[in-house]
Design a protein around this ligand. Structure first.
Ligand code: NAD
Ligand code: UD1
Length: 338
């Protein structure tokens, strides 16, 4: 039996592949390398001693996707990470985002049904809660999105829900991630954003590494303990492990289930700056600037459902997340390079 991991050379996918291999599972990676590099496979092999099967295939290529299921009849479940994820880019290029994320997922689901593979774990996001009325956020909170990226996540959740109605043999686990950061403890795999990072931690690591001069803190007039935005940062290895728990649960439960994958703790931008400074001894230059449009005051999870039904709980705290991010940056100042 094997797990098909779409987007398996990406940031979260590569960490999930390591956890799967270390748990003794066979893995097949499908990725078009639009936002990742093939050398990630060398790194995974270095960590685990095993090289996962890899096929460079675009989910938009229906025949290519079918071919992977034909070539690997042992695939019996899927973890679906592949997708485009930059909020700002999705506003500028909505057609690209809807086409890639929705058509890609539909092709995958078609190929799965044809191959008789009916178990899938899907990467959703806390972005589906929009601006929540209160925190911590539970899975039954109202869903609303504010940008095309978030809309694709919500639409895919609905597509998968409709599939479980039409095809009762399907098992779908929707994981709504909060803010994944950190890196594998080896420093061999981590987040490698193209160009100037949009997200907080990759930006801080670039400032710490001298690649960028100063962090812009987007607003200090939010309704939070120090005025800067509060988020639920989760170590990417903890997040990766949640996928194994979700796969196992989906093997026992038909239909669709939704889980928040966060720590339940909220940290502000300035808390993170301080934690990074403490973990590394490096001073982070920052300045307060205007709010970023679309940002919200506070967003953190109630992770009780994942604990109860998946038996999963985050293990790593913010210090460890910063230490591991810093190690990745130090050992790979230019990410995976060319
Ligand atoms: P990533 O960009 O590092 O990984 C995604 C991978 O999918 C990349 O390797 C890319 O090449 C591949 N891909 C994209 N379109 C494809 C296609 N059409 N066919 C085949 N491969 C394709 O992103 P990530 O941070 O690892 O995120 C993984 C998933 O988790 C995404 O679906 C993302 O939306 C979701 N998510 C991420 C975050 C986050 O902060 N990183 C938060 C919530 C949800
Ligand atoms: C962003 C996305 C969200 C996605 C999530 C995880 C937006 C509007 N939202 O959320 O859809 O699911 O990433 O990938 O892009 N900050 C700074 N300076 C920076 C960068 C960030 O002050 O240079 C602040 C932000 O204002 C926020 C916090 O840091 O308060 C976290 O920002 P970020 O890492 O971008 O994540 P989110 O805004 O939570």
């Amino acid at each position: 039996m094997a797990v098909l991991v779409t987007g398996g050379t990406g940031f979260i996918g590569s960490h999930a592949v390591v956890e799967l291999i270390e748990d003794g599972r066979d893995v097949v990676i499908l990725d078009n390398l639009s936002n990742s590099k093939e050398c990630v496979l060398d790194r995974i092999e270095k960590i685990t001693g095993k090289r996962p099967a890899f096929r460079k295939v675009d989910l938009l290529d229906m025949e290519g996707v079918r071919g992977v299921f034909r070539e690997f009849p042992e695939i019996d479940c899927v973890i679906h990470f592949a997708g485009l994820k930059a909020v700002g880019e999705s506003v500028a290029k909505p057609m690209l985002y809807y086409h890639n994320n929705l058509t890609g997922t539909l092709n995958l689901c078609h190929a799965m049904e044809e191959a008789g593979v009916r178990r899938i774990v899907f990467s959703s996001s806390a972005t589906v809660y929009g601006k929540p009325d209160s925190v911590p956020i539970r899975e039954d909170f109202p869903l609303r999105t504010t940008n095309p990226y978030g809309e694709t996540k919500l639409m895919i959740e609905r597509i998968l829900s409709d599939i479980t109605v039409a095809y009762p043999e399907w098992s779908v686990s929707i994981l709504r991630y909060f803010n994944p950061i950190g890196a594998h403890v080896s420093g061999l795999i981590g987040e490698d954003p193209k160009g100037i990072p949009n997200n907080l931690l990759p930006y801080i690591t670039k400032v710490a590494g001298g690649k960028l001069p100063c962090l812009s803190v987007y607003g200090n007039d939010y309704n939070t303990h120090d005025g800067t935005g509060v988020r639920d940062y989760i170590h990417v290895v903890d997040l990766a492990k949640a996928h194994l728990c979700a796969l196992d649960r989906a093997a026992k439960v038909k239909g669709i289930e939704y889980f928040n994958i966060g720590t339940g703790n909220g940290y502000s931008v300035l808390d993170i700056v301080a934690a990074y400074e403490k973990a590394t001894g490096i001073k982070i230059n920052y300045k307060i600037v205007d709010r970023r449009p679309g940002d919200i005051d506070e967003c953190y999870a109630d992770p009780a459902k994942a604990k109860e039904l998946l038996g999963w709980e985050a293990q790593y705290g913010i210090e460890r997340m910063c230490e591991d991010s810093a190690r990745w940056q130090k050992l790979n100042p230019d990410g995976y390079g060319e």
